[in-house]
Design a protein around this ligand. Structure first.
Ligand code: OOG
Ligand code: MG
Length: 259
């Protein structure tokens, strides 16, 4: 019998000590997706006990670029906590992290509850109050940023930091699947793409989250929920001293320093 609580502690300790650990699946070869979510659930519970608050949902591995980069094919979800949030033009500290990477995403804020099953992107767009750009910092707690799908689910889908855009936008003012992004690090373009890379439309990613939460926990997405829909581009490794600027078509820029 796996001790889910113990495995959650193992990952929380890795994050706290900024020390990568070996994959759970290396030790437990039959570690599967359901078990991965059980560990994630324990990890979230433990963090809440420690006083942290969930502030957003995240979807991951929703674009071809990301699936290819990580060699996995199935979208997954996790949670963003209060201590992970960074304002636009802020900074992240390398000493707090293991081997952070950055990726550009579109986030949704719901104006109405959404409940599964079988939610569509159209329904999400009807019930979305705002969209905004975001840069997600992922920082796998596993050695060499390598893992099987159940491992990364257990590790709260590598969630680490989020630099949020400074302004909210009306979804109806945008063609949500045609938002171009271009990411530069130290003035050199390192990644670019279009929002349709995320499951044809990032709204489909939020819809998938609603359906997954319903199927697995009979949970709904409440009005006011914030949802990161997944990296549009592949993630780029960061180093101390980097200055990252990302331009989102029609949504301005997000920038931050790595100190
Ligand atoms: C898993 C997290 C993926 C995304 O946006 O695709 C993710 C990882 O690549 O470590 O956040
Ligand atoms: Mg992401």
């Amino acid at each position: 019998m796996l001790d889910y609580r113990d495995l959650a502690e193992y990952l929380i300790k890795a994050e706290k000590q900024k020390q990568a650990v070996s994959c759970i699946s290396d030790q437990y070869t039959d570690f599967n997706l359901t078990m991965g979510y059980r560990v994630q659930q324990e990890l979230v519970k433990r963090k809440v006990e420690l006083g942290h608050k969930v502030t957003a949902y995240k979807m991951g591995l929703t674009s071809r670029a990301k699936m290819k980069q990580m060699k996995v094919e199935t979208p997954i979800y996790g949670y963003i906590f209060d201590y992970m949030n960074v304002p636009n033009r802020g900074q992240i500290l390398m000493d707090d992290l293991i081997h952070p990477k950055v990726e550009a995403e579109i986030a949704f804020i719901l104006g109405e509850d959404i409940e599964g099953p079988d939610v569509t992107g159209e329904q999400v767009l009807e019930k979305t109050q705002w969209i905004l750009p975001a840069l997600e910092i992922i920082d796998s707690r596993y050695e060499n940023f390598r893992f099987q799908l159940p491992d990364v689910i257990a590790d709260n889908t590598s969630a680490s930091r989020v630099i949020w855009g400074s302004q909210l936008y009306h979804p109806h003012d945008f063609t949500v699947d045609l938002i171009g992004v271009s990411m530069s690090i130290n003035r050199e373009i390192r990644a670019s793409g279009v929002s349709s890379a995320v499951l044809e439309n990032p709204a489909n990613s939020a819809a998938m989250l609603a359906s997954m939460l319903y199927e697995e926990k009979k949970e709904k997405l409440k009005k006011g929920s914030v949802i990161l829909t997944g990296g549009i581009t592949e993630a780029v490794l960061l180093k101390k001293g980097d200055h990252v600027t990302t331009e989102f078509d029609g949504m301005g820029k997000i920038s931050f320093h790595v100190r």
